[in-house]
Design a protein around this ligand. Structure first.
Ligand SMILES: [Zn+2]
Length: 313
């Protein structure tokens, strides 16, 4: 039940390298919206590993996230991070989804309730500290979305961002290093054709199920359409998230997005970009994805290509 004063959260759902970080950053340029990045990762990437925020500062030195920690928990150090991470690893898993979807009115058990309460406090603090009325969370994974939807004080909307499975698979073969504060950088996960197709099917399929369940107001957007018509599509997404028709998207100039500093906690390294960013569809896969791989992926993800309106050949 949505109440007055609930914090509005727009979760970007999807899988793999579908442009979710870029969409999160673009939405964050709109008045009243704040980009939080992959909020699901705040406990590990932020609190434990102290990785750089989108602003470039290590998480614990970032003024924004320090204020969020103070507001939500009286400081990050007051949080029982081991307990939170334990629940996150044990319970925030794809196999918990059918139960959450089928038993919507059943109360959550103790540890899951505490985890959801921590997420709710975090989201409310992000809204308070930023002054925004919509928090954008590009965590993508469907179980996280369903857990947020169980928070009494959050009003959650889903934006299911899809991309051509062959483009996702090709991006997944590329080596992209994540920036770390100390130690060796780690790479974004890579997957082969079959692994990529299987995950594409599972995670997009689950987002489709959530959208159809009408548990959360949902909208689907193709990454390629966003890049083709950033202004039009961004306004559609902003309307879906805020319920408001009027938004200023003058940061979009021609085929560029002029991006201000952000505090995305985790996500694709594009989050370290500031200033003008040229928007273009990354369709390198059309030239460089080997024919055999292309056929394998097209066959394995065929129902999804059809559903999302991508040409199969
Ligand atoms: Zn920051």
């Amino acid at each position: 039940m949505v109440g007055i004063g609930d914090t509005r959260v727009l979760v970007i759902g999807g899988w793999g390298r579908c442009g979710s970080t870029l969409l999160d950053m673009m939405l964050g340029q709109i008045e009243g919206f704040v980009s939080a990045g992959e909020v699901r990762e705040v406990w590990l990437r932020g609190c434990v590993e102290n990785r750089p925020c989108g602003c470039g500062d290590p998480f614990r030195d970032c003024v924004f996230w320090s204020r969020v920690g103070d507001e939500a928990f009286g400081g990050w150090d007051r949080l029982d991070i081991e307990a939170i991470l334990g629940v996150r690893y044990r319970r925030d898993r794809a196999w918990g989804i059918p139960r959450l979807l089928l038993a919507r009115s059943r109360p959550l058990d103790g540890e899951l309730r505490r985890y959801v309460d921590a997420l709710e406090r975090l989201m409310k603090a992000i809204a308070t500290v930023s002054g925004a009325s919509v928090v954008v969370d590009s965590s993508k994974l469907p179980m996280h979305t369903l857990l947020l939807a169980r928070a009494d004080g959050l009003d959650v909307r889903l934006l299911h961002l899809v991309r051509d499975s062959r483009g996702v698979a090709f991006s997944n073969t590329k080596h992209v290093l994540k920036t770390v504060t100390a130690g060796r950088p780690t790479a974004l996960p890579r997957n082969g054709s079959v692994g990529s197709s299987a995950r594409y099917t599972v995670y997009n399929g689950l987002n489709d199920v959530i959208a159809r369940s009408r548990m959360i107001p949902a909208m689907r957007l193709r990454y390629e359409d966003l890049i083709d018509d950033p202004r039009g599509k961004l306004l559609e997404v902003a309307r879906h998230a805020s319920g408001d028709d009027h938004h200023d998207v003058t940061f979009l100039r021609g085929d560029e997005a002029v991006l201000a500093e952000n505090h995305l906690v985790d996500g694709n390294p594009v989050r370290f970009t500031q200033g003008p960013l040229r928007l273009r569809v990354d369709d390198e896969w059309r030239r460089r994805l080997p024919t055999r791989q292309r056929h394998t992926i097209s066959a394995l993800t065929y129902p999804f290509l059809r559903r999302y309106g991508y040409p199969v050949r």
